[in-house]
Design a protein around this ligand. Structure first.
Ligand SMILES: O=C1O[C@H](COP(=O)(O)O)[C@@H](O)[C@H](O)[C@H]1O
Length: 223
């Protein structure tokens, strides 16, 4: 793991967005396409704002979420809505959204077709992850009903999980899909998450799911 701390959040957002844009540009130059996978939640919005204004061949960038809360897009909890409003706009409006949600009562109802949609866009070129103070990343929550399966090396790319702390049912990329990414960045803010990251480094992934992706990640932190 590489750890970078920043004097303030604005500097961190700018620097991480700049790094991601550079890595995407490299993929586009070498392969003509790239996949960017990103978190939802409260932390990444400013990075999305910066990226949306960057000049890139966005039409050849597939953008997907690492995980989604099983709520319709008009819910304030929808990670897809966040993506549409903050990232897939401006210069990035041409990017291709790979959906992680489709209307249905339960994620299992649409899991197979959503996984099929993701498959052509793997491995992920650039992965940006968030982390909760409980050490969950994507929707791999400690105590989730199928966490051990989702952490296993032979896990399917996408799974539906439920955890008390998660609120609604979740759909999430599993550990092997996340670990297959070519570049991995974890974005965290505040003292509580920094302490959680330190704790996670000494715990097994089943207790601290973020541990599953730490080895090859660059962690970006600002107070
Ligand atoms: O529920 C989620 O939480 C994590 C962390 O979110 P934050 O609000 O603490 O930044 C996020 O990475 C994940 O994508 C999201 O679904």
């Amino acid at each position: 793991m590489t750890f970078r701390d920043y004097p303030d959040r604005d500097l961190m957002f700018l620097s991480v967005a700049n790094t991601i844009a550079g890595q995407l540009a490299d993929f586009l130059r070498r392969e003509g396409k790239a996949t960017l996978s990103v978190p939802g939640g409260t932390t990444p919005g400013p990075i999305f704002d910066i990226l949306a204004a960057v000049e890139l061949d966005w039409a050849n960038v597939a953008v997907m979420l690492n995980d989604e809360r099983w709520v319709p897009e008009d819910s304030p909890r929808s990670n897809t809505a966040l993506l549409r409003h903050r990232l897939l706009t401006g210069k990035a409006a041409m990017a291709q959204l790979v959906p992680l949600y489709a209307p249905a009562p339960q994620p299992e109802d649409r899991l197979a077709e959503l996984a099929e949609g993701i498959a052509p866009h793997l491995p992920i070129s650039v992965l940006l992850l968030g982390m909760g103070a409980d050490m969950h990343t994507a929707s791999l929550f400690p105590g989730a009903d199928r966490l051990e399966e989702a952490l296993a090396p032979d896990a399917p790319v996408l799974m539906a999980l439920r955890a008390e702390a998660a609120g609604e049912p979740r759909i999430t990329l599993t550990a092997p899909a996340l670990k297959g990414a070519m570049h991995t960045h974890i974005l965290i803010t505040g003292a509580e998450k920094r302490a959680a990251l330190d704790r996670a480094a000494g715990l097994p992934p089943v207790q601290a799911p973020v541990r599953a992706v730490l080895d090859n990640a660059t962690v970006h932190w600002a107070e």
